[in-house]
Design a binder for this molecule. Structure first.
Ligand code: ATP
Length: 270
């Protein structure tokens, strides 16, 4: 079950150039994760403790997982991913056990980046910590905190967590020495959307008449994941039409389809 719960990737393929619209966040992650891995002497000489853990927070599909993979890739670190929901287990002690395994594995495979997605599953504020299920989750969180507190001895291991529910987090995990570097990863603005469109179409055969800046203006509130899906959908329209190049009309059709699907999932008002 250890292998099932953790996803290990010796060299994830994502690079910084695959990530659009969040340049400032890329810079911050590099500073907090890459510099301590590649230049630990600098921190020692200056006498500064590198941040213990980085917490990425923001809406779904904005590039949090990509950021973690990219920084692991670009530092030649092993990427070890665990979903917070995987740590919420039925049997007493199972969650803490997995946390221990996770950190042991990272120490074996150093340099390593541990990525815990949906950290809120094990670290939310609890209204009632007396029920037995919650008590078990609480124990798992305590194990996580104690692994992080004993971190310095664990060599070249960095930890990144992500959540869509920052408001739900237990403050205990945000204390100094724990997840003490918070980075918000928002949805992209219009320039960011244009950049992400270009990234996701760079291997596509797109007609010269397609104006990405113009398309980006109509994608208000789209996440990076939404934009990636739109680009794929546009390509599908060209294929259906047995054309080898993607036109503006394909993006418009893709947009209409995505918006239409969105409408159908929205409960109509009175
Ligand atoms: P979740 O909170 O749902 O786990 P996430 O923030 O971790 O989401 P990712 O898994 O990093 O999101 O992104 C999903 C996919 O969406 C990526 O594989 C990529 O195709 C696309 N994507 C998301 N954000 C970006 C971005 N900033 N630049 C380029 N592509 C992006």
């Amino acid at each position: 079950s250890r292998a099932q719960a953790m996803e290990i990737d010796a060299s994830p393929e994502i690079v910084y150039d695959d990530i659009g619209g969040i340049d400032e966040q890329v810079r911050e992650v590099r500073e907090a994760v890459e510099d301590p891995l590649t230049n630990p002497e600098m921190f020692e000489t200056v006498g500064v403790e590198p941040p213990s853990g980085v917490l990425l927070y923001g809406p779904p599909g904005t590039g949090k997982t990509m950021l973690a993979k990219a920084v692991a890739n670009e530092t030649d670190a092993t990427f070890i991913k665990m979903a917070g929901s995987e740590l919420v287990r039925k049997f007493i002690g199972e969650g803490s056990r997995l946390v221990r395994d996770l950190f042991d594995l990272a120490a074996e495979r150093e340099p390593a980046v541990i990525f815990i997605d949906e950290i809120d599953a094990v670290a939310s504020k609890r209204t009632d910590s007396k029920t037995s299920g919650d008590a078990e989750v609480q124990r798992t969180m305590m194990q996580l905190l104690s692994e992080m507190d004993g971190f310095e001895d664990r060599g070249e291991v960095r930890i990144i967590a992500a959540t869509n529910r920052f408001d739900m987090l237990d403050e205990a995990i945000l204390r100094p020495g724990r997840f003490d570097r918070l980075i918000e990863v928002p949805k992209p603005n219009v320039e960011g959307r244009e950049h992400i469109l270009k990234i996701h179409t760079r291997n596509m055969n797109v007609d010269d008449d397609v104006d990405f800046a113009d398309i980006a203006t109509s994608l208000d509130d789209y996440s990076g994941a939404d934009i990636a899906a739109l680009a794929t959908e546009a390509g599908m329209f060209a294929i259906r039409d047995e054309r080898t190049e993607i036109r503006r009309a394909d993006f418009d059709a893709a947009y209409a389809k995505v918006e239409d699907a969105d409408e159908q999932t929205t409960i109509p008002g009175p």
